[in-house]
Design a protein around this ligand. Sequence first.
Ligand code: PLP
Length: 381
Amino acid sequence: MITDDARERAVALIEDEGLPAFVYDLRALRSHAASIREALSVPGAPELYYAAKANAEAPVLRALEPYVDGIEVASGGELDHVHRILPDARLAFGGPGKTDPELASILRLGVDCVHVESPYELTRLATLARETGHEVDVLLRVNLAGRRDGVALAMSGPFGMDPEAIESCREILAAAPWIRLKGFHAHLASGLEAPEMLQQSEEILAWARARLDLPTPEINLGGGMAVDYSDPGRLFDWTAYAKGIAELALPGETLRIEPGRAMSVYCGWYVTDVLDVKRAHGEWYAILRGGTMHLRTPVTKQHDQPFVVIPQNAPGPATTEPVTLVGQLCTPKDVFARSVPAGRIAVGDIVAFAMAGAYAWNISHHDFLMHPKPGFHYLNA
Ligand SMILES: *Cc1c(COP(=O)(O)O)cnc(C)c1O
């Protein structure tokens, strides 16, 4: 669950008083990305874009670049950042609420594909492109979320367009031939296992094909491939998904996926140490240096973050009972894992939280309580 290199660094860091820290094993990341690439090597399998919002740290992007066909960015900030780190990467730009400066950057930097979220946005893009003399390729983002049954995390809400709004884009496009419609984009849900993801992709393909009359259409099937925080060893079945998509693919079509979490989540650990162990109202607590202002993932996802304890045999309180792992914040919400078996956990032990490589540091409220910031360590670059 933790690579030998990350464990070794964790131990070195506690000796140097360098905790808490994020430790990324880039070799593990490359090898994971290579296995996804391998699964997607069957003819007809989709192109692979990485959704930068999961983790856009420069070493992570550089490690992933050889294994992906492009990067999906979702803001002007991500666009500037990714363009600077990977100047040659193909880029797709998505996200609701694109500002004028963002649309201008999209045109100036030559983003390969824009995912358009509304008829009004399309009008603004068309006007700006005409004024600045740019041509641009677009996918219209469709929101089929309203019709989704039984999906845990549907992307319902303001993402993309209803089928009726898609129809109203056709008029705008007809008047703006410098905007080239390439196809459709759909990112409908997150946390789907391969069979459900395949079923969803099939639904998107059927919907899109019925409305596209292009010789070489592009259809972006989104991200949201499942990861299992309760069992880090159980990976999304990329082989089954790739084979399934390959069977659905038609000649001339470009299909594309844009996962984030399932690509980078496994390569990072949030490593810290135990400051105190105590019992309160019958419940055992281990209080850790740092907190969810560094690793907010378990709070947002309402799960127990998986972890390993690396014993340090220091003197001080300990427990072998189920224990709640908390941080240093003065709020009962600062919980990494609740009443979980941890073997023996003692003051001074190292705790390495796994699956901290995506939606971890970058979604956390870093300045709350003004504790020191964690260190960042990229192994095997
Ligand atoms: C967040 C997002 C993704 C990536 O989702 P994951 O769950 O990290 O795979 C892909 N596409 C869009 C449009 C997104 O908003």
